[in-house]
Design a protein around this ligand. Structure first.
Ligand code: NAD
Ligand code: 13P
Length: 350
């Protein structure tokens, strides 16, 4: 059997952390996986040197995951087509806004037998008002199957090898087991489930709830309020899956991709941090993203905007007051102080 070649498309904070794991796991399962793993890196100059050269020479992504060594079999490649052309498994892990451009570049340039795994938390825009799951977008655009991986996985903690869990959504049992071998470690425990859509939607929508948690922190409203916001957020995630995707298995929300990711993001994530500062400084989200994240990208405010468009179009904003309010606060239509007024009469209390 030929060995499976893996390509990681993305090398930000999460892309680099997962590369650290995969670099080790392909060597552990050397009978199954090709040792060299290509990692597409969006090229940029760091103090006069290309980031790809720095990664290939020092085995560290000094910009997006400083302080963590990647194994030397992770090869940084600045051209996405070159990185992906021989791969059997494509692992997508870029901020969601860059997916359409990358897929266009890859169209017709990858193995027709390839499969993919998306670690991306967000949606793409199907048209002005309708959203599409990233996994569906990849499947339709590249004509390859796409599974997903979502969980309570703050990258720096995963890279530090602190114990945590994640959820893979994959319909194919054999491929699910291969993906698990590629990802799981002693301290990064993987559960594979079949419901791709619900897993992915949990990952995308929790970023909106994290923004609300950040507003609560910025307003110094305390832990009870934050818990209420997290619970209302969870209910809106459940109802969103119900309304737009129909049948689903409630147990998904008790996986790492569900309640656990909500908790970790609402306490330790970038969306929370930036939204807390949004309240405290009065600066715009964009200004704070640039100032605080050193090139890393926020997913929550953009996802809130995209989801708001979809809710408006389907006359459903009243059913999702938390999601709608996050967007209206981010774009300064409402003040952070208005948050509680907007959720006080949540449909949960009817
Ligand atoms: P990041 O925000 O740390 O980094 C941004 C990345 O985008 C960098 O690699 C940068 O080079 C790249 N980039 C900038 N402009 C680009 C362009 N025009 N085209 C292509 N790439 C460009 O990225 P991340 O944290 O790895 O996030 C990727 C996905 O993983 C997101 O959907 C995020 O929600 C998800 N995620 C992140 C974490 C985390 O803790 N960081 C954990 C789980 C999931
Ligand atoms: P942030 O993007 O808010 O940092 O969330 C990271 C994450 O998805 C943890 O699971």
């Amino acid at each position: 059997m030929p060995k499976i070649r893996i390509c990681i498309i993305g090398s930000g904070n999460w892309g680099s952390a997962i590369a650290k794991i995969i670099g080790i796991n392909v060597k552990k399962f050397e009978d199954k996986f090709e040792e060299e793993v290509m990692m597409y890196v969006y090229e940029e100059m760091i103090e006069g040197k290309k980031l790809t050269d720095i990664i290939n020479e020092t085995h560290e992504n000094v910009k997006y995951l400083p302080g963590h060594k990647l194994s030397p079999n992770i090869i940084a490649v600045p051209d996405v087509v070159e990185a992906a052309k021989n791969a059997d498994i494509l692992i997508f892990v870029v901020p969601h806004q860059f997916v359409p451009g990358l897929c266009t570049a890859l169209l017709g340039k990858i193995k027709s037998s390839a499969v993919s795994l998306s670690l991306i938390k967000g949606f793409t825009q199907e048209n002005d008002t309708k959203l599409k799951l990233i996994s569906k977008f990849i499947e339709e655009k590249l004509k390859i199957p796409c599974s997903v991986l979502m969980g309570a996985n703050l990258s720096n903690e995963v890279a530090s090898d602190y114990f945590c869990e994640t959820t893979i959504g994959c319909k194919d049992k054999i491929m699910g087991a291969i993906m698990k071998d590629c990802i799981q470690t002693e301290n990064f425990r993987v559960r594979v489930v079949e419901e791709i859509e619900a897993v992915e939607i949990c990952g995308a929508l929790k970023n909106i709830v994290a923004c609300a948690a950040g507003f609560v922190d910025g307003l110094d409203l305390g832990d009870n309020t934050k818990a209420a916001v997290i619970r209302l957020g969870l209910m809106e995630i459940v109802n969103y899956v119900k309304l737009f995707y129909g049948k689903f298995n409630m147990s998904i929300f008790f996986e790492s991709c569900g309640i656990a990711d909500l908790i970790t993001t609402c306490y330790g994530g970038r969306n929370r941090r930036v939204c807390e500062q949004f309240v405290k400084t009065g600066k715009t989200i964009k200004e704070l993203e640039d100032e605080l994240l050193n090139g890393q990208k926020l997913q929550g405010p953009l996802t809130a905007e995209e989801v708001y468009g979809m809710l408006k179009d389907s006359n459903s904003t009243a059913k999702f007051p938390l999601f709608a309010t996050v967007h209206r606060i981010c774009n300064k239509e409402l003040k952070p102080n208005d948050l509680i007024e907007q959720i006080r009469n949540h449909p949960e209390y009817e």
